[in-house]
Design a protein around this ligand. Structure first.
Ligand code: AKG
Ligand code: FE2
Length: 334
């Protein structure tokens, strides 16, 4: 089949707003018999090219270094790969993902008591995947994990989408080196030192107990801080004081991967603080792989990483993320 027909084929489903999920005997949402040069799905704003073989070939040598265990403080269990991505390709992988992925700048409100506060997420985000109650068939339909039949229409209010090949390749490698499996990929893009993530832990109940989270860095070097959560006050005056813990700083470089596992999320917070100077102006991509067990995880991840706003895409000429609608008009594709 010619390349032209392939492209026509995948642009068509992208126009319909919702995937048709009734049965898996329908025409595939992802073409099966055509050599796939792109990943596409009705939930994607545009198709995402597969990784060039120059990158996939080099990824065959990952992890580029052995993981170093960091567990010298209470409740801490990290495996730190410096680097994980071979040095020959981390720059190309960064450029590829920044150019080809679609991002969002999510706004939401939080309510504390009767006071509502508007939050502007201080970084670009995107997400792919679905929790363990469902899975994507090879043709892109969402099926129930128990019954292997199409999921009921009302299972999700969001529109879960499968990992594109370019991130799935990394997921498979990560599973091989971390003794865990993952069904979600979250991506952050920190455009400059003004973008950040404040202290938090990824210990939501929908991840189950002691989740393993694999976190990749590409692009600018940024400081990653960790600190122990406050210990509960002693119950009796005779109880021993809580153990001493020290803040941790890892200068995460392009290609590095930190696996946070065991008791880490339940007991430690982590952050990427705002920075002036250094490499931060070059932009940084963070990719995390996680496993959500139940539907609530899917709703949460799409709400806070896609939200209800517009799509952004990297504009190489302008050197910044631009609203994708504008970029399409400029290309004359609008
Ligand atoms: O950018 C990073 O290295 C950390 C990102 C993170 O903690 C998160 O997305 O939950
Ligand atoms: Fe996190």
């Amino acid at each position: 089949m010619s390349r032209k027909r392939t492209l026509d084929g995948f642009f068509k489903p992208a126009q319909s707003k919702k995937p048709k999920l009734e049965t898996d005997t329908e025409p595939p949402l992802i073409s099966k018999n055509i050599p796939q040069e792109v990943s596409n799905h009705p939930t994607y704003p545009y198709p995402i090219p597969h990784l060039p073989t120059s990158i996939t070939d080099a990824l065959g040598f990952a992890p580029a270094a052995e993981g170093r265990v960091i567990n010298d403080q209470p409740d801490l269990d990290l495996l730190y790969f410096e680097p994980y991505i071979p040095k020959e390709v981390h720059k190309d992988l960064f450029k590829f993902l920044r150019q080809e992925l679609f991002f969002y700048r999510v706004q939401y409100t939080i309510k504390r008591g009767s006071i509502e506060t508007a939050i502007n997420t201080p970084r670009f985000t995107t997400v792919f995947g679905v929790d363990a109650s469902s899975y994507f068939s090879p043709t892109g339909h969402l099926l129930d994990t128990q019954t292997h039949t199409p999921i009921p229409k009302d299972r999700y209010t969001c529109h879960p989408r499968p990992l594109p090949q370019c991130l799935d390749v990394l997921r498979i490698l990560t599973e091989g080196s971390t003794d865990s499996t993952y069904n979600f990929c979250l991506v952050n893009y920190y455009a400059s030192g003004a973008d950040s993530i404040s202290y938090h832990s990824d210990d939501e109940r929908f991840l189950g107990a002691n989740p393993s989270i694999a976190s990749f860095s590409l692009g600018a070097k940024r400081d990653f801080y960790m600190k122990h959560k406050p210990f509960p006050p002693p119950k009796n005056a005779s109880d021993p004081p809580p153990p001493e813990t020290k803040q941790i700083k890892l200068a995460l470089a392009s290609g590095d991967m930190v696996l946070m596992r065991g008791l880490t999320q339940a007991n430690w917070l982590h952050s990427i603080p705002k920075r002036k100077g250094g490499e931060s102006g070059l932009g940084r991509i963070n990719i995390t792989f996680r496993k959500a067990m139940v539907r609530g995880g899917t709703e949460n991840y799409y709400r806070y990483n896609v939200g209800a706003g517009g799509v952004f895409r990297w504009d190489e000429g302008r050197g910044e993320m631009v609203p994708w609608e504008d970029a399409k008009m400029k290309d004359g594709k609008g």
